[in-house]
Design a protein around this ligand. Structure first.
Ligand code: SAH
Length: 251
């Protein structure tokens, strides 16, 4: 039987990271504060990863919520984290395809943070979030944008974009939200230091894993990644790519 899961290389690369995006803990906490979550608010987090958003916001703001993720390992880590923070009665984590998940009851806040491919881009992901939201509910979208125009194809590929048009610049993204019929009502942006906490943390995760698993079938590929990614990151992603979470209310 084949189960729906994420390729193993993702689990190795993320290692013990809890936030699987270019936010550090402080930025995730800032976002939870500035969107003024009401205690008891119900959240849905599509592609919830290791559940840090729901678990820490349940602890800090008394929200309840459901996370959906396709990775069995990340889902298990999210459940462990909920127990560790004492919020296991307020958040639950479902293993499955987030694109197909519809909550039984409409939620107050629906999030997709760093996974807009589930809706084939921002507009489609906003539609997925909208169908889960109560009238007046808030959508949260985490998305990359170009900080600077990528000069060539190398910069585009190194930024993990399929093409230049895969991402907008920040004004383009803000225009897109408006064009889709949403008010942008808050945003928290990553910076280069918080990007480092994500990108650079991968290197030690990869190196430790390579040392412990030299004969694994993934070793050559991940060895190549560790050799190449630091230079690629500082030349391109760190300079050209921004990332943020945008809070939106339907007009
Ligand atoms: N939102 C989390 C995780 C972002 S990483 C955080 O910010 O920490 C992207 C996540 O999307 C991974 O956890 C991956 O397992 C998940 N994912 C990718 N495709 C998915 C799908 N179709 N359905 C559910 N989860 C998916």
């Amino acid at each position: 039987m084949t189960t729906l899961d994420l390729p193993r290389s993702f689990t190795i690369r993320e290692g013990d990271l809890r936030i699987l995006n270019p936010f550090d803990e402080a930025k995730l906490a800032t976002l939870g504060r500035v969107i003024k979550l009401a205690p008891g608010a119900e959240l849905l987090d599509l592609c919830s990863g290791k559940g840090e958003l729901l678990c820490t916001w349940a602890r800090d703001h008394g929200i309840t919520g459901t996370g959906v993720d396709i990775s069995t390992g990340f889902t298990a880590a999210a459940r462990d984290r909920a127990a560790e923070l004492g919020v296991g009665d307020r958040v639950r984590f479902v293993h499955g395809d987030a694109a197909a998940y519809v909550p039984e009851q409409p939620v107050d806040v629906a999030a997709c943070v760093g996974a807009t491919w589930i809706g084939d881009g921002v507009p489609g992901t906003l539609d997925l979030l909208d169908r889960a939201l109560r009238p007046g509910g808030m959508a949260l979208v985490g998305e990359p944008y170009w900080r600077q125009d990528p000069p060539d194809a190398e910069a585009v590929t190194a930024s993990h974009a399929r093409s230049r048009d895969d991402f907008h610049d920040l004004p383009g993204l803000v225009r897109l939200f408006g064009g889709c019929g949403w008010d942008l009502v808050e945003m928290v942006l990553a910076d280069q230091d918080s990007w480092d906490r994500y990108a650079a943390a991968h290197w030690l995760n990869l190196r430790r894993w390579l040392d412990a698993n030299p004969d694994d079938e993934l070793a050559p590929e991940l060895r190549r990644e560790l050799t190449e990614d630091p230079l690629s990151y500082v030349r391109f992603r760190r300079e050209y790519l921004g990332w943020g979470v945008f809070a939106l209310l339907r007009r």
